[in-house]
Design a protein around this ligand. Structure first.
Ligand code: SF4
Length: 360
């Protein structure tokens, strides 16, 4: 699956976690720490199979799971492996749990990682226990201050809202603490009750309070630029690349890649590929993929949806006549606006409904 394209994104999935959060549907495990060494070997095998020296990644994102559960030497080996392909990388992000040590942060920074994202979720002790996070509010504050001290200039923290414990006072306090920390970005996620999690089917863990949610989002917007439904502040170039439809390579168990291959008659084959979700299966065969081929209609729908939930917008010319008419209706209703033949949303939270309306 080698490709000569440049300007691509690289995602590396680390499936290890210290504990399992009650709401978590990510491909992450707490009982396979003995596989960490083998995991590197599998990533190496997949990487050498999928990439060559022609590829220059413009961003790298190491996500999980919890990448900070891996020792520094894992990343030393990883960066030795990928160094030829990240010479021009503008942004290299790693996710971390707030229980990381100063030393780990310092060594990671020295490897060239220039963006760090902390899974803080809240600064309220009770809420952290409720979510089954294994860090304390003090650790969260300390880790962000430490990241700044080690030289990180681009720091994100994740917050979760719409949980059963939320109220204005709690969320206001979370933001008060967050705003006083040396961060450049906030990702704020509304709690969703997912299948396969501890909370599957238990909607009592979620609070349905639209007024509180809008208030919370507006409060973040007072300090940080709202550029995507859940993201605020200095734009994450890697995520922006996803929404712009750039190609990406996905490494690791349960990782996803996205490719566009030119075929005959100027046509393109566009597809996603998925590695094996199970870490055991991935270790056995890191280059075994499941494929999802995308039709022109699929691509169009994604362009509209991703464009409307962010500042990316979408090109008017992808629409057929009927879709153009419906888009005009939304422009007249001030839900959308047009600038230089691109369509943008006035409210990212409505992206789902607006997309459905346009392509209905
Ligand atoms: S730390 Fe993140 S990936 Fe790990 S269990 Fe919690 S939410 Fe899931």
């Amino acid at each position: 699956m080698k490709s000569k394209n440049t300007n691509k994104l690289l995602y590396i999935h680390i499936p290890f976690c210290d504990s399992k959060c009650n709401y978590c549907a990510f491909n992450s495990y707490t009982n396979i720490n003995h596989l960490k060494k083998e995991y590197f070997n599998a990533i190496k095998k997949q990487y050498l199979h999928d990439t060559d020296s022609n590829i220059q990644f413009e961003t790298v994102f190491i996500g999980g799971g919890t990448p900070s559960t891996m020792p520094v030497n894992f990343y030393e080996n990883l960066f030795t492996l990928i160094e030829e392909n990240i010479k021009n990388a503008k942004e290299i992000t790693i996710e971390a749990n707030p229980n990381v040590t100063y030393e780990w942060l310092k060594e990671i920074k020295n490897l060239g990682i220039n963006r760090i994202s902390f899974g803080v979720q809240s600064f309220n002790e009770k809420k952290l226990k409720f979510l089954n996070r294994n860090h304390s509010p003090t650790q969260a504050i300390k880790s962000i201050e430490n990241a700044k001290k080690t030289g990180f200039e681009n720091i994100n923290l994740d917050l979760i809202y719409a949980t059963a414990l939320d109220n204005k006072k709690l969320l206001e306090n979370d933001l008060k603490i967050a705003f006083n920390l040396p961060i450049t970005h906030i990702s704020a996620y509304s709690l969703t009750i997912e299948e396969g999690t501890k909370w599957e089917g238990d909607y009592s863990k979620r609070k349905e309070d639209e007024i509180l949610e809008i208030w919370f989002i507006d409060k973040i917007k007072e300090r940080f630029f709202h550029y995507e439904i859940s993201n605020f502040g200095k734009i994450c170039l890697h995520n922006l690349g996803y929404w712009e439809g750039k190609e990406y390579t996905g490494l690791g168990a349960g990782a996803v890649g996205f490719k566009k291959l030119k075929i005959k008659n100027g046509k393109w084959k566009i597809f996603r590929y998925y590695t094996q979700n199970s870490v055991y299966e991935y270790l056995k065969n890191p280059t075994k993929y499941n494929y999802e081929y995308l039709s022109d209609e699929d691509i169009k729908k994604e362009k509209i949806f991703l464009g409307l939930r962010s500042i990316v917008g979408f090109d008017e010319k992808i629409l057929n006549i009927k879709e153009k008419e419906r888009t005009e209706t939304l422009i007249n209703e001030k839900k959308l606006y047009k600038k230089e033949n691109k369509i943008y949303s006035n409210d990212f939270l409505l992206a789902d409904a607006l997309t459905k309306f346009i392509i209905s």
